[in-house]
Design a protein around this ligand. Structure first.
Ligand SMILES: Cc1cc2nc3c(=O)[nH]c(=O)nc-3n(C[C@H](O)[C@H](O)[C@H](O)COP(=O)(O)OP(=O)(O)OC[C@H]3O[C@@H](n4cnc5c(N)ncnc54)[C@H](O)[C@@H]3O)c2cc1C
Length: 395
């Protein structure tokens, strides 16, 4: 016999976990969180989990400022003394070259201050005082965010799930969802490997896998998937875990780097990446050419890394929408269904606040941050949330 819930959340990455938790916390709903694999086994597991407020879309900054407040009081917010996000408040430096990017960055800093972020322009000496390993000769403009940093994606997601369970959320892992049940323009639940789950509210948080499920109910969603490689490097001296996160807009692939466990630096890219047709058939090879290229860019920014050793590398998929910002909301023609997808390589930091706001909207409560800009219809209406730095996850 089918089980019945008030709401079903599909996908136990950081977005689904946060959403399920907030539905239970704010509304006391009977919620099922359904995951085909294990908790935090999708894109979230590959995430660099950098939390920065620098954006050119003001609502992204507002969501991150809200998330930062949650990271700062994580156990209290989750009402669980054991909850941990691994958040380290290192601060964040963003570097722009001479030209367009510097001008846009200056304008964006004003937007961010209005959206509640603390951010200031600093000169090269001040930046080096915070991060002595940096060579900054080609940096035309540098901004500093003292409250930003990085977290641990696995700890964050599993903490949301643990706290959700404590509030009664039923967590079903190893339970693929095969399809959405829709009758008369209303979602009625999902079909899973364990049978049907009935609910008047279904929220999908499936990252790159959203298109497959949406297609089953006739929805053609604007979503591309691309692979991105993350590398870690070590040099003679351990890379201190409190060194600021750095975003380098002087590089071709919008490189960023941050400290990681074991005294290494973790390096990623914020560019388009390599397109892939199917997230389940992703080439996970870390290419030598890419390692050399990225290692060279890193050594340019930090000369101490000229003879660094590669210690690890992995590949993850970005779920990309046409404007590099997520869709968060209902879809036309199917009442009760909410899609949360297309985080375009920058969804970790948004997830705590997105889960909160999705739950608030589902419960008919006022949202802390209005999700209206992230409507599905914005693409057809031409209301894109395009960022100031072109293609890429900086948005
Ligand atoms: C390499 C990399 C680096 C990144 N770095 C950052 C960063 O520094 N900062 C930042 O803010 N963001 C970053 N991101 C982006 C961020 O990690 C993602 O936007 C975020 O984790 C997406 O979470 P999600 O819950 O939407 O998706 P996912 O974590 O992908 O979760 C989707 C879940 O759905 C499950 N699923 C799929 N199909 C089904 C089905 N049919 N039935 C049931 N379950 C199903 C999957 O198994 C998966 O667990 C990065 C991403 C990558 C790949």
């Amino acid at each position: 016999m089918a089980e019945t819930f008030d709401a079903v959340v599909v996908g136990a990455g950081v977005v689904g976990a946060s959403t399920a938790f907030h539905l239970a916390k704010l509304g006391g709903l009977k919620v099922a969180l359904v995951e085909r694999d294990q908790v935090c086994s999708g894109g979230t597991a590959k995430s660099c989990a950098i939390v920065r407020t620098h954006y050119s879309v003001p609502s992204n900054t507002a969501l991150t400022v809200r998330s930062l407040a949650m990271f700062a009081a994580f156990a209290d917010w989750l009402e669980d003394d054991e909850a941990e996000s691994g958040f380290v408040r290192t601060g964040y430096l963003i570097i722009a070259p001479e030209g367009d990017f510097a001008a846009r960055m200056r304008a964006n800093l004003a937007l961010q201050t209005e959206a509640g972020a603390e951010t200031v322009i600093v000169d090269r000496a001040a930046a080096r005082a915070r991060h002595p390993l940096l060579a900054l000769d080609d940096a035309a403009l540098i901004a500093w965010e003292p409250n930003s940093g990085y977290a641990d994606p696995y700890l964050t997601t599993t903490s949301f799930v643990r706290a959700a369970r404590a509030k009664g959320v039923v967590v079903m892992t190893d339970t693929p969802v095969f399809g959405l049940i829709v009758e008369g323009g209303q979602v009625r639940g999902v079909r899973t490997a364990r049978g049907e789950l009935h609910a008047p509210v279904v929220i999908t948080a499936l990252g790159p896998w959203t298109a497959a499920l949406a297609r089953g109910v006739g929805l053609d969603i604007p979503l591309e998937v691309s692979r991105h490689t993350v590398l870690t490097f070590r040099t003679n001296a351990p890379y201190a875990r409190t060194l600021p996160v750095v975003k380098d807009l002087c590089t071709a692939n919008k490189m960023y780097f941050r400290p990681a466990t074991g005294g290494v630096v973790l390096v990623g890219t914020g560019d388009y990446g390599d397109p892939i047709a199917d997230p389940d058939v992703m080439d996970e090879t870390v290419g030598d050419d890419f390692v050399l290229f990225q290692g060279g860019q890193l050594a340019h920014r930090m000369p101490d890394f000229a003879a660094a050793e590669l210690t690890a590398g992995w590949v993850g998929a970005y779920d990309i929408t046409p404007d590099w910002n997520p869709v968060l909301g209902p879809v036309p023609g199917i009442d009760g269904l909410t899609l949360a997808f297309g985080f375009s390589g920058h969804g970790f930091k948004l997830a705590p606040a997105v889960g909160l706001c999705l739950a608030q909207r589902t419960l008919g409560q006022e949202m802390d941050i209005d999700l209206a800009p992230y409507a599905f219809e914005r693409f057809a209406a031409g209301n894109l949330l395009s960022g100031a730095y072109g293609v890429g996850s900086i948005s």
